[in-house]
Design a protein around this ligand. Structure first.
Ligand code: RTP
Ligand code: MG
Length: 151
């Protein structure tokens, strides 16, 4: 059961990307073409402030928290449950690290370098561990995804 859970991660395409459906289509296609990564579930969600605050609970009190919640509630989000033997780390490699402007210097091919705008408006989320992935997938897709992840 725990091994199966390691196969999944939560990817979010943040609201700035959803303003442009063509961009979303390009990114989805890039994910589909990536060996070792499959889209297991997909849903568009539009968070309330409470939902965004619960998701980012670990960052409560940080200087960027309010800005982050404003951003994540500014429009719909595309949520993807990604499956693959190294889904958590592979997706984080594809995104690059938090800061798009730095990534343009050190890792120009990563998704955040190509699409991200600022440290907060960085266009993508990826779970940082299998444990976070399980929690985040449950928050976004509901309790039933836990059974699917075990399949
Ligand atoms: P990691 O978990 O590896 O730290 O990376 P992350 O990209 O998930 O970033 P994290 O530090 O968890 O922060 C969550 C989201 O908050 C926004 N953020 N803004 N300095 C800033 O203005 C700032 N720092 C973080 C980003 O949207 C980030 O993805
Ligand atoms: Mg994080």
């Amino acid at each position: 059961m725990l091994l199966a859970r390691r196969l999944h991660t939560l990817a979010l395409l943040k609201p700035d990307l959803l303003a442009n459906p063509q961009t979303v289509a390009e990114i989805i296609s890039e994910i589909q073409r990536t060996p070792g990564l499959q889209i297991a579930r997909r849903a568009q969600v539009f968070w309330t402030r409470e939902e965004a605050e619960r998701f980012y609970d670990e960052h409560r009190g940080r200087f960027f928290f309010r800005r982050l919640v404003d951003y994540m509630t500014s429009g719909p989000i595309e949520a993807l449950a990604l499956r693959g033997p190294t889904a958590v780390t592979l997706w984080r490699q594809m995104m690059g690290s938090t800061h798009p402007v730095r990534m343009r210097v050190t890792n120009a091919g990563c998704l955040r370098a190509r699409y991200g705008l600022t440290d907060t408006r960085n266009s993508f989320h990826g779970s940082d561990s299998p444990q976070s992935a399980a929690r985040e997938l449950r928050l976004v897709f509901g309790e039933q995804i836990t059974r699917e992840m075990e399949a």
